[in-house]
Design a protein around this ligand. Structure first.
Ligand code: JHZ
Length: 369
C-alpha cells in the first residue's frame, strides 16, 4: 500500500509525491498505455518531429535523436522514415516491440547515467534528447540529469514535456496526481534543479496537450535562454505558484470536488439516469479512490485499450469494457475521465450528444453539458 501524498521541497521548489512506488512495479512488460491511443497526440508528435527535423537540418553536426520513454514509437517513427540516426529506450518491452515493428530503432531499458554512458560510447553524443510524459515519472532525477550531461552534444538540447504545476493548480486538475507522476514540474523548479548538474533551462513553451503542459528545453550553461524562460519564471513568482498558501488553497478546492462529484452521481441515479465512465485513464484511479466512487455509483467504464477491457479498476472494482457500438447502448451521461482529450472525443462522439447524451466533467469545474 502506498499513500498518495504530495509535498514541496523548500530548496528546489519541486512539488512531488512523498512516497515512491518502485518504477519496476509500474513500467514493465505489461504496460498498457499507448501514445498512439489519441489521434490528437499522434499529430502533436508528428508536428514536434517536424520542428526538430527543421532545426537539426540547419545544424553543422549530424543529428542523433534519443528518446527515453519512447513507448510505441509514435514520435521516433518520423525520424526513422527520414533516415535520421535515432534511438528509443523504454522499460516496457511490449511497447518496444511495437516501436520496432514501426521501423524504429528501440531497445528495452531505463534511461539513467549508466545507459547514457553506454549510448555515448557506442553511438556518440546526442544532438537532441527528448522525453514526453516520462521525466516526471522517474524518481531518480539526478541520474537522468547526469546521464543527459554525459550524452548531450556541446550545443545539444534536452527537450521534455510534462504536466505543468501551474495548470494543475489553476484548473484544479487533481487527477494528474497519481502513482506514475512523481514530480509536478514548473519552470522555476526545473531551472533550479538543472543548475545543480551544470545545465539550465534555455526555453519553455506552454502546450495545450494533456490538459496543460510545459515543453522544457534544457541546455548547457553557456547557452543563452530565451525571453520565455524569464517571463514564465516571473509569472510563477508573481502568482505565488510555489507558496504553501497557494498550494493549501488548491488542496481545499480538491476537497470540495471530493464531496461534490459523488453527490452529482447520486443525484443522477435518483433521477433515473444511466452513467458510464469514458476512458479508464491512469488519472481516473485518483478520482475514483479519492472520491469514493465504486460500481454502485458508476457501474462501468469504457476504454479502447484491449489490455484494460475485462479488468476491474484498481481499488474500486469497476468493470472496464469496450465501448458500445450501437447507440441504443449509450448511457444517458458519460463521466469524462479523459477530459484532456475533450475536443477530440466530443467531436468523434457527436452521435452521443445528438441522441440527447450529456457529458459530466470535473475539470476545471463540475459541469453537465
Ligand atoms: P490519457 C497515461 O495517462 C499514463 P492516462 C502516463 N503516465 C501519462 O503521463 C499520460 O498517459 C500521458 C483511453 N482512451 O491519454 C485509452 C479512450 O478510451 O488521458 C487509454 O486507456 N478513448 C504515461 O491514462 C486512456 O484513455 C479515447 O478517445 O491518464 C488514455 O488516457 C482516448 C483519447 C483515450 O492518459
Amino acid at each position: 500500500m502506498f499513500e498518495l501524498k504530495v509535498g514541496i521541497c523548500e530548496s528546489c521548489q519541486l512539488v512531488q509525491l512523498i512516497n515512491e512506488v518502485p518504477p519496476e512495479m509500474m513500467f514493465n512488460s505489461h504496460y498498457p498505455f499507448r501514445t498512439s491511443s489519441s489521434q490528437r497526440m499522434q499529430q502533436h508528435f508528428r508536428e514536434m518531429a517536424l520542428k526538430i527535423t527543421a532545426a537539426e537540418s540547419q545544424a553543422d553536426s549530424a543529428p542523433f535523436i534519443v528518446e527515453f520513454g519512447c513507448n510505441d514509437g509514435t514520435f521516433l517513427e518520423s525520424f526513422a522514415r527520414l533516415g535520421f540516426m535515432h534511438l528509443g529506450i523504454d522499460p516496457a518491452s511490449n511497447l518496444v516491440s511495437e516501436a520496432v515493428a514501426r521501423g524504429v530503432n528501440a531497445r528495452t531499458g531505463w534511461f539513467n547515467t549508466e545507459t547514457a554512458a553506454e549510448i555515448v560510447e557506442s553511438a556518440g553524443p546526442a544532438t537532441v534528447i527528448y522525453a514526453a510524459n516520462t521525466f516526471s515519472h522517474i524518481p531518480d532525477l539526478a541520474s537522468v540529469f547526469r546521464g543527459v550531461d554525459l550524452l548531450l552534444a556541446e550545443d545539444g538540447r534536452f527537450i521534455f514535456e510534462d504536466p505543468y504545476l501551474g495548470d494543475i493548480v489553476t484548473k484544479c486538475a487533481f487527477d494528474q496526481i497519481y502513482d506514475e507522476h512523481i514530480y509536478y514540474f514548473s519552470a522555476t523548479s526545473i531551472d533550479l534543479v538543472a543548475r545543480k548538474f551544470g545545465l539550465k533551462l534555455i526555453d519553455v513553451e506552454h502546450l495545450g496537450t494533456h490538459g496543460g503542459q510545459l515543453r522544457y528545453t534544457v541546455g548547457r550553461l553557456h547557452q543563452t535562454p530565451s525571453r520565455s524562460v524569464v517571463d514564465v519564471i516571473e509569472n510563477e513568482r508573481q502568482s505565488g505558484l510555489h507558496s504553501v498558501e497557494r498550494l493549501k488553497a488548491f488542496a481545499q478546492t480538491v476537497e470540495f470536488r471530493r464531496v461534490e462529484l459523488p453527490k452529482v452521481l447520486r443525484e443522477l441515479a435518483t433521477a433515473g439516469k444511466t452513467v458510464a465512465g469514458y476512458a479508464a485513464t491512469a488519472k481516473s484511479a485518483t478520482v475514483l479512490n479519492y472520491c469514493g466512487i465504486d460500481r454502485n455509483l458508476l457501474p462501468v467504464i469504457y476504454d479502447t485499450t484491449p489490455e484494460k477491457q475485462g479488468q476491474l479498476t484498481p481499488g474500486t472494482g469497476i468493470p472496464i469494457k469496450a465501448f458500445p457500438q450501437r447507440s441504443e447502448e449509450f448511457p444517458d451521461v458519460y463521466l469524462l475521465f479523459a477530459w484532456n482529450h475533450e475536443e477530440e472525443i466530443i467531436t468523434r462522439e457527436s452521435a452521443f450528444r445528438a441522441q440527447g447524451g450529456t457529458w459530466l466533467k470535473f475539470v476545471p469545474d463540475i459541469t453537465l453539458s
